[in-house]
Design a protein around this ligand. Sequence first.
Ligand code: UDP
Ligand code: MG
Length: 318
Amino acid sequence: MQTPKLAVTIPCYNEELCIEPTCRRLLEVLKDLETRNKISVESYLYPVDDGSNDKTWEIIEKLHKELPNKIKGLKFIKNYGNQSALTAGLEGVRELGCDCVISIDADLQQDENAIEKFVEEFCNGNDVVLGVRKDRNTDSFFKKTTAVMFYKLMALLGTKIPMNHSDYRLVSYKALKLMEQYHEKALFLRGFFFDLGLKTTRVQFDVKPRKQGKSKFNFWSLLTLALNGITSFSIVPLRLIAGLGFLMAIISFLVGLETLFEKIFLNDSPNGMATMIILLCFFGGLQIFCSGVIGEYIGQVYLEVKARPRYIKEKELV
Ligand code: UDP
Ligand code: MG
């Protein structure tokens, strides 16, 4: 097999302190791999400026002028968030051409030396190589706990996402082409590539503390990401409502029976009380159950609206 042409995409939001050292370091890594004939000399970097309001884009432009073949790039008109920047990076390199692409953060917290292992796994025939962090020692207690809760919840909801996989991953051109068939706006990339069905493997890497600038994620953006992850892969929460409604209906039926029994045989409740309780339970249960039924339809609409491909053929004999 020929040496693969590797693209590296880097989402950046207000990273004027990091972006130049990061690009230079990544170029060193590419150079090293090129001289050892592991990747093609046409490999390049593709930073995506997510609407920064500092000097990030000027720096990317300067680097591009200096090394037009090695550094390309894209700038958003405003800040759309890290998932959009990552998606744009993947779509951009698909247009520009590459055999595989790696996404990595602009602060280079993810160990860039693992890139070689990613490429090796790609050459071994894997289409998706997921970077999995060895530990979470550099994370705050809060981030660690919420991350674990998130993965547990996702597992509970039946969504497969790999534990401790950040957005450091390699995907092949084939995976990028398949991504074209998924038209949904909110593509949760971590789950998406894992769920795609292509040959997938993992590579472990170390996480370093951020050297320059500060984290762009706060509680709310993490919560949004988590909710997006859940709602874009699972309709289990909607099913839960239907289940709850059904349960309530049964309970209200039993409570109704019990009240009726008291009224007829014990006659110890004030007038009208039995009717009230029965009606209350009946309508409460009925309403939640009906919401659940509506939820089932909304679930169907939601799956249809996403217009995911019904199936993807792997091979065919004709
Ligand atoms: N990022 C982005 N858009 C945003 C927020 C973050 O493109 O709205 C980029 C950021 O520049 C970095 C990556 O996403 O390259 C990860 O962000 P950060 O390092 O701040 O997150 P953390 O490592 O703290 O989770
Ligand atoms: Mg970071």
